[in-house]
Design a protein around this ligand. Sequence first.
Ligand code: MRU
Length: 343
Amino acid sequence: MTTMRTVRWENGVVVTIDQTMLPHKEEWIKLRSCNEVATAIKEMRVRGAPLIGVMAAYGLALTAYHSKARSVEELLREIELSANMLKETRPTAVNLFWAIDRILNKVKSSTGGVEELRHIVIEEAQRIADEDVEVNKRIGEYGSELLEDGDTVLTHCNAGRLATVDYGTALSIIRVAWEKGKRIKVIATETRPKLQGARLTAYELMRDGIPVTLITDNMAGYVMYKGLVNKVIVGADRIVCDAVINKIGTYTIAVLAHEHSIPFYVAAPLSTFDLKSTSRDVIIEERPPEEVTNVGSERIAPLGIPALNPAFDITPIKYVSAIICEKGIITREKFGALAGGDT
Ligand code: MRU
């Protein structure tokens, strides 16, 4: 499979792509502190649930690497402050909290000195990043079995390599199927208001030579009605007992897919599962209204109009045909047993 690692650790510097510049410019930025990482996550220079988790882990690694702490207690305090700052960046994708807590647990069980603690944090961050690549490959392998030669797959937002360290989740499935010789076509929804579909999914797939056609979000019903789509695959920011939380617009697509008897698949690593929670427990990120009243930097709505801007929506499990994770394909029925509820 073609590869392109979206984030690297280079001796105390985190190097990644500024996704706000895509598709016009592939600009690699250098982040040197946890503060810079937190800002990059908030400003969506890096985004996508798995990548946000990896970046948060690297944010803690930057704190540990550059710390001047002389005692373990001092370093632990700095790591905890950084963890709290990172947890405030975006509330919905559970991978962020998963990665931070994984490092905090590791650190708390350490009995060594300052240097060992520093080493543990950096090593665990690297491990989280490397595991993401392996997990996504496996998601691609399992999920590719669901795709057939000639399929046209609709995807929403960007669940590609730009949302992960490499390969992606939903797009990993498409990539693997394509490389197995299945002639797949993709329809990408533009994904208002931040246009991750038009900017990022289109960019990624065109770069790999996979046929992709762009539609506006409100064309999803039309393409299904016309029989131009026969499968949907999306990513997820959090999978709870009763629902999949993903980019705003996912729910609409799921209901439409159900109406047209089109399988609706969700691709996500286990680090996106939060089966202790239900959809009522999840904080849906509210973003600035200007993202809705403007297209890019251009204002299109009258001054003074209020606008809603929830970044994610909630798709009840009853609309999900199956979830593909690194352990295999979880059908809706199996998921029900796993989550301990009815589906
Ligand atoms: O607001 P974003 O761009 O971070 O939202 C991204 C999504 O909703 C993706 O579908 C999700 O994170 C899965 S990415 C593998």
